[in-house]
Ligand binder design. Structure first.
Ligand code: GCB
Length: 616
């Protein structure tokens, strides 16, 4: 368990800055950058939405900087100089940028779907916002980012405060020392240029939506504050809840109190040298969280001046042979894959409304499970899944080909996994951490992914670890023998029988072999259809062809005894730079059972009917 960024992550950030400066030919500044005391690695405060916050959402000025002029070469500035200074053109001095007279982007929001000329832009964009803020005396102030794709470098009042890499996880910069009472400004350089050493790397089948894609806010906490906690029901008999509350800045012996009023429970524990106060108790009359009854309890924590509430469900998840057990009983996961694509308006999904719409459709399908592909989605999704009783597969973007031998890629994947688990490890809905999707076999890949699996198990021993793997075909036999399977709790298998290869009608003849004897989730299958395109001839992209693939696949899958769940690809059509067919795809992957405009295709009803008839 890590309670703050590891030393190696910290070094990785310094290293990344070195690489960045070298790349931008500011080599003379590297030494200054590495020795500066202002470098603050970002932390991650859990449960941010239960803390009082001042929103910085709304209009931010932006400057598109394709040639990276803004990195600057300012000897007075220990870091990037240039645009972080927020200069104004006044007619007297030579200045070649000015945020105040530059256009605005809405935050949260990707830049690609806000301005037509940024639709295909990948690279560096500078964001700027003025704000007034008066922190409470004696507090620390964090600047919270729900996510920034892909790298962000943050300055407050021209002071460098933090950087972050990874486009889908939150981070919090300590800005206490940089703030001035009243008037302030923040500048964020966001860079979504794809690189071979990042995670994901150069090629994805989704749009590389750049920018400040999730909410931004200012959060005050006392000097000693709760940054993390974990409270989980232990596996086995009895309702024993175990966990910890971690307090930053606490001397050993600091008292932490925990209340669950609905259970008339009040516990106290003292922090150890590591800042953790450990809890273990067996409340009377606990109602377990489940899809049928997604019971959440208000949990109140306090340590010194800090108070934090959360709504937490308690359940167990484990495997027994090829079964997945929820609360000790086998469950079949009636799933669907979901991309973080905003219904109707398009662009990167982030809002409560997006979560309501996407998960509402899952309920309409009679589903009880979503795979949030292929990266951590906005926290609204997992909060809402907790409330609705929808189980979740949560993934990091170790997708297709990654720089398996590179230290940077591994460090970044580990960091994203760590942040994803830390953000959501009190969400009852999340049952599976996925470390990767469709990664081609090699020794280097196996070592890389094993390291991620080990990290996930160590950080969260209460949940299951999985991966969506490529399926090996031996004629019409599908063999689940990817060596990665030996380290996983649950096997995920992506197969596109009847779409990528094989003829329509072939699926029911396929049989499956499961040498590891672990539960199998059919983590992807399906086919494309353009909404409204109908044909009796089963022609490509017709709704009829897609519906037939669903029927054939479900016929095949219903005969697999070790199948623990199924997850067709995908709920809604989504933007992808690899889908170029005019008038059919138009930069959309059309494998949704719902169009990007919210229109349900025939396959939606095939799946809905199948799920409705299953034992619930
Ligand atoms: C896959 C990938 C997914 C793609 C999908 C497709 O196997 O995991 O990201 O979008 O196939 O549509 O081809």
């Amino acid at each position: 368990m890590m309670n703050s960024m590891s030393a190696s992550s910290f070094l990785a950030i310094v290293y990344r800055f070195g690489a960045l400066f070298a790349a931008s030919a500011c080599v003379s500044q590297i030494a200054v950058a590495q020795t500066s005391t202002s470098l603050q690695p970002p932390t991650l405060l859990v449960d941010i939405d239960h803390r009082p916050a001042v929103s910085l959402d709304g209009a931010w000025h932006y400057i598109v900087d394709p040639y990276r002029n803004g990195w600057g070469d300012d000897p007075d500035h220990p870091r990037l100089g240039g645009f972080a200074k927020n200069a104004h053109f006044n007619g007297t001095d030579l200045v070649e940028y000015d945020f105040a007279t530059s256009p605005v982007l809405q935050v949260p929001g990707d830049w690609n779907s806000q301005h037509e000329n940024l639709f295909l832009y990948e690279g560096l964009v500078w964001y700027q916002k003025d704000f007034t803020y008066a922190p409470r005396p004696g507090t620390r102030t964090f600047l919270h980012f729900g996510a920034a794709n892909h790298r962000a470098y943050v300055f407050v009042n021209d002071v460098y405060v933090c950087s972050h890499e990874g486009g889908f996880t939150p981070f919090d910069c300590d800005v206490t020392a940089a703030l001035t009472p009243d008037k302030n400004f923040v500048v964020v350089a966001v860079d979504d240029a794809r690189r071979p050493d990042t995670v994901p790397a150069l090629k994805t089948d989704w749009w590389n939506y750049g920018g400040l894609t999730r909410q931004v806010s200012l959060v005050d906490v006392p000097q000693k504050y709760i940054d993390d906690y974990s409270l989980q029901l232990q596996r086995g008999d009895g309702d024993r809840i175990e966990g910890y509350v971690h307090v930053v800045g606490a001397s050993a012996g600091t008292k932490v109190s925990l209340r669950i009023p609905e259970l008339s429970l009040h516990q106290e524990a003292a922090t150890g040298d590591d800042g953790n106060a450990k809890f273990s108790f067996a409340p009377q009359g606990l109602i377990r969280w489940s899809p049928d009854h997604p019971k959440l309890y208000r949990v109140q924590m306090s340590a010194g001046d800090d108070h934090l509430d959360d709504d937490i469900g308690f359940r167990t998840i484990e495997t027994q042979g090829d079964k997945i057990l929820l609360n000790g009983k086998p469950i079949f996961l009636r799933g669907i894959n979901v991309h973080a694509e905003a219904p109707y308006r398009g662009g990167r999904a982030w809002s409560q409304q997006d979560a309501d719409t996407l998960l509402g459709w899952v309920h309409e399908l009679h589903g009880n499970f979503v795979r949030l592909a292929h990266y951590p989605h906005d926290e609204h999704m997992t909060r809402e899944a907790d409330k609705l009783g929808i189980l979740v597969w949560s993934e990091v973007p170790t997708y297709w080909s990654i720089d398996w031998n590179g230290a940077h890629a591994l460090e970044s994947a580990k960091q994203q996994l760590y942040e994803n688990i830390r953000r959501d490890h009190n969400k009852a809905s999340v049952i599976l951490w996925s470390v990767s999707n469709e990664t081609p076999k090699s020794d280097a890949r196996l070592a890389f992914l094993k390291a991620l699996i080990d990290e996930a198990h160590a950080q969260d021993p209460t949940r299951l670890v999985t991966s969506a793997m490529l399926t090996r075909f031996d004629g019409k036999t599908c063999v689940l023998d990817d060596p990665l399977g030996q380290y996983l709790d649950v096997i995920g298998s992506n197969e596109y029988i009847e779409w990528y290869g094989d003829k329509l009608g072939d699926a029911p003849a396929f049989t499956w072999k499961n040498p590891y004897g672990k539960p199998l989730l059919m983590s992807e299958w399906g086919g494309g259809a353009k909404s409204g395109l109908h044909s009796d001839a089963m022609s490509w992209y017709s709704e009829e062809r897609q519906a037939q693939i669903y029927k054939d696949q479900l016929a095949m899958q219903s005969k697999i005894p070790f199948l623990a769940g199924t997850v067709p690809w995908v709920l809604m059509d989504f933007r992808s730079p690899t889908r170029l067919l005019p008038n059919i795809q138009d930069y959309y992957n059309r494998k949704g059972v719902i169009s990007n405009k919210g229109i349900k295709k025939k396959a939606f009803y095939v799946l809905q009917d199948y799920y409705a008839k299953m034992p619930q």
